[in-house]
Design a protein around this ligand. Structure first.
Ligand code: SAM
Length: 311
């Protein structure tokens, strides 16, 4: 960890999550839509690659491509291919899986290490209610295809919502266990951009009690230190992880991730939009590598855990 750039709270910057588009092919009820960007304004594969190269020179080891829906980009394979030439320890994508059946093999061949697929339910009607689309089977086929071509691990992101999918937690675990997938349960994050302003209070489901049950059943438990101290539970040959992002001091105190928005701005903190740092404009203006590095350092200097004033 010695060669890593650290922020003012001594947190090393290990991973970069790049939102490569804000276009999406579904409309999830909980999603924080980050505005709309014309595809012509999106970062090109070369620009994404340049951002990754500079991040690597600062010690970043892992790249995650996200969105919007990253697989709506027709150049997604080229992006993965180009980023892969930089030799990161880990290159992954977060996707809704709908186009994964089509792209899994090409992405694997291009150098993709891992994939996270969002799947909140196994019930077609609930899937339609959450996403607005009738595409559950497509998403499931995408997941199975990713496993079949040897992308490992395939992780399922399930946002847990009170009265919507809480009855399905064990079914989802069985589905994952049976298909050699890791299940990741995510507590919902409040979103200003949700049309339904009471969404969070209606649907937020506290996972601590469920986690106690997991702990009592687990054959073993692992804590992921640089992933916000998340716990992984190994139960009966299956694996399940729980993410509590809401006002969780572990989430913040061990955060090692910097983000890039679809507009090409560095985003120092997940839950804030008031401290973004322009990046892509500097690249497009032809600034030197040192000047672009400086933008990264400015963003890193703006990282603040939410509890900093409470200490
Ligand atoms: N389209 C891709 C997908 O569906 O995975 C990538 C983008 S999506 C915004 C990335 C992840 O954020 C998904 O796993 C999604 O479930 C999660 N997410 C989105 N809004 C959320 C919220 N309000 N609370 C918790 N997780 C959320």
């Amino acid at each position: 960890m010695e060669d890593k750039v650290r922020d003012n709270y001594d947190r090393p910057i290990i991973s970069l999550r790049i939102s490569i588009t804000n276009r999406c092919n579904v409309d999830c009820i909980y999603c924080h839509h980050d505005g709309m960007l014309e595809s012509s304004d999106e970062m090109t594969p070369d620009e994404i690659c340049q951002v990754c190269r500079i991040a690597k020179s600062l010690g970043v080891e892992k790249i995650r491509l996200s969105g919007g829906e990253p697989l709506v980009r027709r150049d997604i394979v080229e992006i993965v291919e180009k980023v892969n030439t930089l030799g990161f320890k880990d290159l992954s994508i977060t996707t809704n899986g709908i186009y994964l059946e089509k792209y899994a093999q090409a992405l694997k061949d291009a150098g993709l290490d891992r994939v996270n697929v969002s799947l909140d339910t196994l019930d077609p009607q609930i899937y339609k209610m959450i996403t607005g689309a009738d595409l559950l089977e497509k998403a499931k086929n995408g997941i199975l295809k990713a496993s079949e071509v040897g992308i490992y691990p395939v992780k399922i992101n399930m946002v847990v919502m009170n009265d919507i999918n809480t009855e399905e937690l064990w079914d989802m675990f069985e589905f994952c266990k049976g298909n050699d997938l890791i299940l990741q349960l995510i507590e919902i994050i409040d979103s200003d951009s949700c049309e339904d302003k009471d969404f969070n209070s209606k649907y937020h489901f506290e996972l601590s009690e469920f986690e106690e049950k997991l702990a009592s059943l687990a054959d073993s438990i692992k804590v992921r230190e640089f992933m916000q101290n998340r716990r992984k539970y190994f139960i009966d040959g299956g694996e399940i992880e729980v993410v509590h992002p809401v006002e969780n001091s572990d989430f913040c105190s061990n955060c090692s991730r910097l983000r890039v928005t679809p507009e090409g701005k560095l985003k120092p903190c997940l839950l804030r939009n008031d401290n973004l740092v322009d990046l892509i404009q500097f690249i497009r203006d032809g600034c030197s590598e040192e000047q672009i590095k400086e933008r990264f350092l400015q963003a890193i200097a703006k990282r603040e855990p939410y509890y900093k004033d409470e200490e």
